[in-house]
Design a protein around this ligand. Structure first.
Ligand code: SF4
Length: 464
């Protein structure tokens, strides 16, 4: 952004502060995946850089931004619902700036609907236009006009210094953008564009910067991190990138997400087993246990391949923790196909997972598929899947009872302000009683009880 404009916006916000003895405030509501969460961290920086302050209360916000997601119909419906609720607020306070960004905004039809039906929206920008936000605010204030900025193929420039980290202990790093796998149910390739990897040197600089800032845990993000590096002029493998990151001093734990099963070479499994810093938690979306459905989904692997991959991982990686994504009720899914999924779930024994009922996404191949599954059958299958998965999570978690585990303390527990929460290397959520000054530190916790989603324990020792 041009410095003069930035200075003008800062002066404008400072003037407000001088008169009202408080800052102008922003609220960002984030829908969807971790990549959106990280985009929101970048947006927060840009807003604070021009003098806004964060709030959770929409009634005191001067700018409200929805960072949208359209992977599931549910998330999209929620955005429209929340947007409708902002109408009276905008009527009451016409100076309130309302903006929309994220995946939904990449689609023409959606933008047109919003412009037609939600005239209280002031700004719309795409996933590649985040850096333009201050400029857009400036132009909106200057001309009192709706501003739109969407670029499908612009090179994204990220600066590690321009992020307000939402978590005290863990920092997120985008290592690549987009996806070209075209799973038939998924809208990501249409809204996030071609797969593009960032240069390793840029990533390493960012990791070093985060380590210097005191972060000890990083999570590398991408739609399919395993195929990292293939689009670079000098291609490198994801395993090689991990080996280089491991050398950065100060970083104790490295996580990554998401892995496509079709791109999991043995050298990656071997390195996860050998590494001193890589988490042994792997998110490995299976989506279905039926070969027929996997083919219709264009997942490019079979049930047998997936099970063999899991077997090789279990064999090699001690303390492996597996999570997954599963869709039920995909077009053409018979009872037999669904039973194949349940059998696979029972055989693998997942630690965590995200389960979804298939929902049609605009423009995807699956949208045009016949043999849609009735809602009743979808709901029935979904409940059965949840029963199997929750049972598996519980068994896996109960195996921790009596053990002492190391966790990085992340925050005060959401459901109990007296407790703190943190995660093990295997990404298990652990709650315990402790002082807030432990946030950001590593501690040893003895696990006393467990349910399907969490472990509960007592503090044994604080580690330096
Ligand atoms: S790998 Fe498939 S499910 Fe994942 S983002 Fe790409 S197209 Fe979507």
């Amino acid at each position: 952004m041009r410095t003069a404009r930035k200075t003008e916006l800062n002066n404008w916000n400072q003037e407000f502060k001088n008169i009202n003895h408080k800052n102008r405030k922003y609220l960002i509501k984030t829908y969807g995946c971790q990549m959106n969460v990280h985009d929101s961290e970048r947006i927060a920086f840009l807003l604070e850089d021009i003098g806004y302050e964060s709030t959770e209360n929409q009634n005191e916000a001067d700018i409200i931004l929805y960072n949208t997601c359209m992977i599931r119909e549910n998330a999209e419906v929620k955005v429209y619902g929340h947007l409708g609720q902002l109408k009276p607020l905008k009527k009451e306070r016409p100076d309130l700036i309302i903006g929309l960004c994220g995946c939904m905004m990449q689609l023409n039809d959606i933008r047109n609907t919003i412009k037609k039906k939600h005239s209280h929206v002031d700004l719309i920008f795409g996933t590649n236009n985040i850096n333009e936000l201050p400029d857009m605010i400036y132009k909106h204030l200057r001309d009192n006009q709706f501003i739109e900025s969407i670029e499908q193929n612009m090179k994204i420039v990220e600066d590690a210094k321009e992020v307000i980290h939402g978590e005290a202990a863990r920092a997120y790093i985008n290592i690549m953008y987009g996806c070209e796998n075209f799973c038939t149910y998924c809208v990501v390739p249409y809204v996030r564009g071609k797969e593009t990897s960032r240069e390793p040197i840029e990533i390493l600089k960012e990791v070093q910067y985060l380590a210097d800032q005191g972060f000890t845990e990083i999570m590398l993000l991408g739609q399919n991190v395993n195929s990292y590096g293939q689009s670079l002029t000098n291609p490198i493998t994801f395993t090689d990138l991990l080996k280089q990151i491991e050398k950065v001093e100060g970083i104790k734990r490295i996580r990554f997400m998401t892995s496509h099963p079709k791109d999991c070479p043995q050298e990656l499994i071997d390195w996860i087993a050998a590494s001193k810093k890589l988490s042994t938690h792997i998110h490995l979306p299976v989506q279905s246990g039926s070969n027929k459905i996997l083919k219709k989904m264009n997942r490019k692997y079979t049930r047998e391949y997936y099970l063999d991959l899991v077997r090789r991982m279990k064999e090699k990686i001690p303390n492996l923790s597996l999570s997954t994504d599963i869709i039920v009720g995909f077009p053409g899914e018979t009872e037999e196909d669904f039973q194949d999924t349940l059998k696979l779930v029972d055989e693998v024994g997942y630690d965590q997972g995200f389960m979804f009922i298939y929902s049609e996404r605009p423009g995807t191949v699956a949208q045009k598929m016949p043999e849609k599954i009735s809602r009743d059958i979808q709901l029935n299958r979904f409940q059965l899947l949840l029963d199997h998965m929750y049972d598996s999570f519980k068994k896996k978690n109960e195996a921790y009872i009596g053990k002492t585990v190391e966790i990085l303390v992340e925050s005060v527990s959401k459901n109990n302000p007296d407790r703190l929460s943190g995660r093990t290397d295997t990404f298990k959520l652990v709650h315990f009683l402790g002082e807030k000054n432990l946030i950001g530190k590593y501690v040893q916790i003895k696990i006393l009880s467990a349910n399907s989603f969490s472990l509960f324990g007592e503090l044994v020792e604080r580690l330096e």
